[in-house]
Write a protein that binds this ligand. Structure first.
Ligand SMILES: [Mn+2]
Length: 202
């Protein structure tokens, strides 16, 4: 873990809210990141969920799983995700990310982008269950994909490439003033797994 390459990604000054993105491009070394990617692909019980668009039921273009306190759940885009208990190895990851960021997290939405045809469309992680101005800590493993941000009012754009083993924390206000997405890319044939840690009041 390299503690010395922490970056604050500059956001346009029109965003007066001091919303901040913290970024550790080399948070995990290659070996550790490789091991976690393999562990994730092979040992998470991936869900293939569906959404209804214009009357048609279609699978969302990625696999996912939701970790948290069993008996609770999380709902976005009309998809209800019952919480799976944190296995030890994800619990350790959660603690390491808390130590690094100085923030608390007790939930994780994990996404598996099987190749460049998997994606997530423009959205904000702003469900009421996540509370006011939630923080999201995002660990990227596998194929480097472009994380795109778009300001809700000015439409300003920001692209951040997320390398294997990088950690990015979207701070307070980001979900209120920006949307984000991972676009499709025909060139990418390798998988990416993305852990997004959040906090929900018990
Ligand atoms: Mn998101």
């Amino acid at each position: 873990m390299d503690l010395f390459d922490h970056q604050i990604i500059p956001l346009p000054l029109t965003d007066k809210r001091q919303a901040q993105i913290s970024f550790w491009p080399n948070w995990l070394d290659g070996g550790r990141a490789d091991a976690l990617l393999g562990q994730s692909i092979n040992h998470i019980d991936w869900r293939s969920d569906q959404i209804r668009i214009a009357g048609k039921i279609i699978p969302i273009p990625r696999l996912q799983q939701w970790f948290g306190d069993p008996g609770t759940s999380y709902t976005y885009s009309n998809i209800r995700l019952p919480a799976v208990a944190f296995p030890d190895w994800i619990e350790k990851l959660r603690e390491a990310i808390e130590d690094q960021s100085g923030e608390r997290f007790n939930r994780a939405l994990v996404n598996y982008y099987r190749d460049g045809s998997d994606s997530v469309d423009w959205h904000a992680d702003d469900e009421a269950e996540l509370g006011f101005e939630p923080l999201v800590a995002s660990l990227s493993l596998g194929a480097e994909r472009v994380f795109q941000l778009r300001h809700n009012i000015t439409q300003e754009r920001l692209d951040i490439s997320l390398p294997h083993g990088s950690l990015l924390v979207m701070g307070a206000g980001i979900q209120s003033y920006w949307q984000h997405r991972i676009g499709k890319s025909k060139k990418i044939q390798q998988p990416r797994v993305n852990f997004t840690f959040r906090y929900m009041a018990p």
